[in-house]
Write a protein that binds this ligand. Structure first.
Ligand code: HEC
Ligand code: HEC
Length: 162
């Protein structure tokens, strides 16, 4: 009985300690930065979304100027892929890849690298679906940008990276 009360007390104390523990300055900075990158990205996405209002379900290549890879993807879906996919996977803002004044331009190297990554991504998924010794449904097998990047530009530097 006594032991019970003691362990209960320890649990309560542990919980209390957890609650009062202040985030370190670097943790707070990190949380702040992540929020503001997401806010910036949401703002870009909202602006572009407003500029294509009524055309969201048309193919991206009809609505935007320089679509080479995501042809056939609805324009609205492209924006979701950019924001919730590409930008979030790498933990970057849109302007890591895009020239702020014209998103169709290809002068930033990371944008061109992202197209090469998209080719690799598709080929990995095709290989996964062709594998014979897995028990999962072949069509459901997939990786995405986050599988490797996990919020970092360099996957090897991502949490848990090699
Ligand atoms: C990791 C790089 C990367 C990031 C980050 C990124 N994009 Fe892109 N974006 C691309 C690539 C690559 C293309 C071209 C796709 C293609 O050729 O099919 C593109 C194309 C676009 C286009 C079409 C432009 C045009 O006129 O041709 C828009 C709009 C766009 N992105 C919006 C965004 C927004 C909004 C964000 C941030 C929320 C974002 N992108 C973040 C790589 C990126
Ligand atoms: C199989 C793992 C893997 C997948 C999946 C993957 N990447 Fe990468 N990506 C890497 C590696 C590794 C690097 C190289 C880091 C380096 O050495 O510069 C990289 C680098 C990049 C870079 C260059 C960043 C810079 O600023 O130099 C971009 C952009 C990028 N990836 C975008 C993407 C996008 C978008 C996707 C999804 C379509 C994706 N990646 C999927 C492994 C991956």
């Amino acid at each position: 009985m006594k032991r019970h009360v003691l362990s209960l007390l320890m649990l309560v104390l542990a919980g209390f300690a957890g609650r009062v523990a202040e985030p370190t300055p670097s943790e707070r900075r990190q949380a702040g930065q992540q929020r503001s990158v997401q806010e910036i990205n949401d703002q870009f996405a909202r602006q572009i979304s407003a500029s294509i209002a009524g055309h969201e379900s048309e193919p991206a290549e009809k609505v935007f100027k320089n679509i080479q890879w995501l042809k056939g993807t609805p324009a609205g879906t492209l924006l979701v892929i950019m924001n919730a996919g590409y930008a979030k996977a790498l933990g970057v803002s849109c302007t890591h890849c895009h020239a702020e004044d014209d998103f169709s331009r290809d002068d930033k190297r990371p944008k061109r690298a992202a197209r090469e990554m998209a080719v690799m991504h598709r080929s990995i998924n095709q290989q996964l679906r062709g594998m014979k010794e897995l028990t999962s449904d072949a069509q459901s097998r997939a990786i995405n940008c986050s599988t490797c990047h996990r919020g970092a530009i360099d996957p090897m530097r991502a949490p848990g990276g090699g």
